[in-house]
Write a protein that binds this ligand. Structure first.
Ligand SMILES: Nc1ncnc2c1ncn2[C@@H]1O[C@H](COP(=O)(O)OP(=O)(O)OP(=O)(O)O)[C@@H](O)[C@H]1O
Length: 760
């Protein structure tokens, strides 16, 4: 009961009440008898016995007896109610569901119909104005197509003339129209009277019958419109609104703030409108104008958007006067427009056209997911055969494993300090050592123990900076040049020609794969130390002993199984001469500070086509390398580079792998290269995805490799798109060429396999 409520009904006192009332009389102080429990206030009863006894607190008593306390209590209740109401309202209004529902309502009731009206207005302007002609003329002018420009100019003039004549017709027409109306009316009356006369003669009606019938019909129409006009109006308006809503909903441009939830914030899939809007807002005027003036709002620039790994991919054909490089230079802006970070946006410019670019956009945060462990850490991994296997360095951003062919390739890996260069480089050398036939000469010019696990495995191990070590490293390079020359001589003396094969390079053959590795190589080329035998060690000219030796190795060592692997911090012209940089076939870079350093690390071609180690995040993308593998690896779609998240192998784990490599060498009997036989037809049938009609040959090669695993030699590094096509031709599987790419037909694969199975 509220404190101000009263119960006017007299209540019958119970025995206990009476007993109590007999002890406590009104006006009597009861303090003494009740001090232990509570203060008893006598209720203001004027006469008669107490009808009820109740224990109340001081506050309750005030509420029962004081008007002011009751008013204060009421106000407090109002305040609490108001605060609760405000809180509930705020929660409800700011709740995600309310926002979504609000956006849904506004989108469907306002944004779509208005957008649809915009489309109709644009179409109307196009149909009735000169804007279409002007747009086409501007486009032709941009394309430099003068014939088309003149043609559209002529059409524009003709259309303007036609429109002028129509306007003049309207000026002249009122008198003509009035005359015509009068003539038609008189004619109609005469006709109806004639008809009436015939009917009257025939005794079938009155003379004015037909005229009366026409008047009745007109009266009925007026009545119908007056009676049902409201329905017609509402029906027509609803149909019109539905038409505008549908037009607005299906146009490719986003409705901005009103857009459905999947196209703002944490975007998972790309939609054409998002890509077009992101391109439009890049700040390239020509691109923006081309999109705005396009009847399709720029959607025609895009191919179908497809899922690829943990992201989506789309091919973009830019309008004339816009180049892929212009867009790639605005990587950060584009990434921001797509609600992504720069490293989550990958470009591959088509080798065939400056205006074609493939854009891959990672799902938000997908590139920060944990990588699987390196296969090298599996205690059962190895021994490897570098003639057969590829090095499982990591996975590319699209989630495909990257296997690097390191045989007869020189390699350069660069990166800013503390980005994981040593770890990424060391995993390569660990893998090489898991082939018992590989030999290693190693110089670590930092000497912090990062490479000490190779003691016992490396025939030469130099650790530490300082003049002595620079001299020793320079000697090591020159010794490698001498070894190279000796191998050539021996090979010639043996009367052999052509490549050195696996059988020729077994341990003890003298042609074992030799890997000459220098970590922190920039110190060597940047040093100002003179060799005791004369000449500078560092420098970038012809006088530099180290640079001369490196160049000689790059030029000729590959063919005789001598490899040069360099790992360098921030390369500059001073510490990594161009003649040394350019000789490496495989080039890779971790995060570097600027595009110009990226160019030194990876070369102009890779950066020009979109490779961007400078777009990686310092510290966050440790171990992520942008790889330009040259011809050592078939990249899908003929790409020049890929981004690899390398598997991390810690220093302790590196010791375990090195121990395993040592054990393999102890029982060095070269294992036979036995490969399980696989069936290409079955494998091809397995790698086509449901609904795929045809797939590029190089994509199939990647998929087959993934299917068979890194140890299956037949799908190893020599298994290229060309090889696959040859095998398909032998099996009579249909291959087609389109836009410069080769495609294998899935239908043909299944048909050939079905025929084979039936004949078996
Ligand atoms: N792939 C990786 N994932 C996570 N952390 C890594 C990865 N690679 C390296 N790191 C960590 O980054 C730190 C630096 O690694 P590393 O020594 O390999 O870098 P660096 O580029 O060689 O540095 P510096 O050139 O200064 O020697 C190490 O503490 C290592 O634990």
């Amino acid at each position: 009961m509220a404190p101000t409520d009263h119960d006017d009904e007299p209540t019958t006192p119970t025995g206990a009440d009476l007993h109590e009332s007999s002890r406590v009389q009104p006006g009597e102080s009861t303090t003494e008898s009740t001090t232990e429990l509570a203060t008893v206030h006598p209720l203001p009863v004027t006469s008669g016995p107490a009808i009820e006894g109740e224990l109340v607190s001081e506050e309750e008593w005030r509420l029962l007896t004081s008007q002011r306390a009751q008013a204060a209590w009421r106000y407090q209740q109002y305040r609490e109610n108001a605060v609760a109401l405000a809180r509930v309202t705020r929660t409800a209004v700011t709740h995600d569901r309310t926002k979504r529902a609000g956006k849904f309502l506004l989108r469907n009731s306002v944004a779509y119909p208005f957008a649809g009206a915009g489309v109709v207005a644009k179409r109307w302007r196009d149909m009735h104005g000169a804007s279409r002609y002007e747009r086409m003329m501007r486009q032709a002018e941009r394309d430099g197509n003068h014939d088309r420009l003149l043609e559209w100019e002529a059409r524009d003039v003709a259309e303007k003339q036609r429109r002028h004549e129509r306007v003049m017709d309207w000026v002249r027409s009122p008198i003509v129209l009035a005359k015509a109306a009068l003539l038609y009316s008189v004619g109609a009356v005469v006709l109806l009277l004639t008809l009436g006369f015939i009917l009257w003669i025939a005794g079938k009606g009155s003379m004015l019958g037909p005229i009366e019938a026409i008047v009745d019909a007109i009266a009925f129409c007026i009545w119908f419109v007056m009676a049902y006009g409201a329905f017609l109006l509402v029906g027509g308006s609803v149909a019109m609104l539905a038409y505008l809503w549908n037009l607005g909903r299906t146009r490719p441009q986003s409705t901005g703030w009103f857009a459905p939830p999947e196209v703002v914030g944490e975007v998972v899939n790309l939609t054409p409108s998002i890509v077009v809007a992101a391109l439009r807002d890049l700040g390239i005027r020509v691109l923006r104008d081309a999109i705005k003036s396009d009847a399709d709002f720029g959607a025609r620039m895009l191919s179908m958007i497809t899922r690829y790994g943990p992201g989506s991919q789309v091919e973009i054909t830019l309008p004339p006067q816009v180049t892929a490089s212009q867009v790639m230079n605005l990587r950060e802006t584009l990434a921001g427009n797509l609600d992504r970070k720069a490293h989550e946006v990958q470009f591959e410019r088509s080798p065939d056209s400056e205006r074609q670019v493939t854009l891959w956009v990672a799902d938000s945060g997908a590139l920060d997911r944990k990588l699987p462990d390196s296969p090298l850490l599996d205690p059962d991994f190895g021994p490897v055969d570098i003639y057969r296997d590829t090095m499982p360095w990591g996975v590319d951003v699209k989630g495909d494993p990257v296997g690097l062919n390191l045989l007869q390739q020189h390699l350069l890996l660069c990166g800013l300090s503390k980005q994981g260069k040593t770890a990424a480089a060391r995993s390569l050398v660990l893998w090489l050592m898991l082939d018992p036939s590989s030999r290693l000469w190693l110089a670590d010019l930092k000497g912090f123990g990062d490479w000490s696990m190779f003691e016992g495995l490396a025939e030469i191990l130099i650790e530490g900076a300082g003049a002595e070590n620079f001299i020793a490293t320079s000697d090591m390079l020159e010794a490698a040049v001498a070894e190279m020359a000796a191998r050539y001589e021996r090979w010639r003396a043996m009367g052999r020609k052509g490549d050195i094969g696996r059988e020729d390079s077994l341990p003890g053959s003298g042609f074992e794969p030799l890997f000459v590795v220098v970590d922190e190589v920039q110190k060597l080329f940047g040093c100002a130390v003179e060799h005791p035998d004369g000449g500078d060690i560092g420098g970038n000219g012809k006088k530099s002993r180290a640079a001369r030796a490196a160049q000689a190795l790059h030029d000729q060592a590959r063919a005789v199984n001598v490899h040069f692997l360099e790992f360098s911090q921030n390369p500059t012209n001073a510490n990594l001469p161009a003649i040394v940089r350019e000789g490496a076939m495989i080039r890779a870079s971790l995060y570097v500070g600027t595009e110009s350093i990226a160019r030194m690390a990876l070369g102009e071609a890779a950066v020009d086509t979109g490779a961007a180690p400078h777009a990686l995040r310092a510290g966050l993308d440790r171990g992520t390398v942008v790889l330009a593998p040259g011809e050592s690896m078939d990249l899908p779609n003929g790409a020049t580079h890929t981004t690899v998240r390398t598997h991390f192998i810690s220093t302790e784990q590196a010791y375990d792998v090195a121990e395993r490599a040592t054990a393999f060498r102890q029982n060095v009997a070269q294992r036979a290269v036995v490969a399980d036989e696989r069936d290409l037809l079955d494998d091809l049938a397995a790698v086509f995805e449901i609904g795929e009609d045809q797939v590029k040959d190089t994509d199939l090669v990647s998929r087959l490799r993934k299917l068979a695993g890194p140890n299956y030699a037949s799908y190893g590094k020599r298994f290229t798109g060309t090889r696959l096509r040859d095998l398909c031709s032998e099996l009579e599987i249909e291959i087609k060429r389109r836009n410069g790419y080769w495609y294998v037909s899935s239908h043909s694969v299944f048909t050939v396999r079905g025929a084979r199975d039936a004949s078996e």
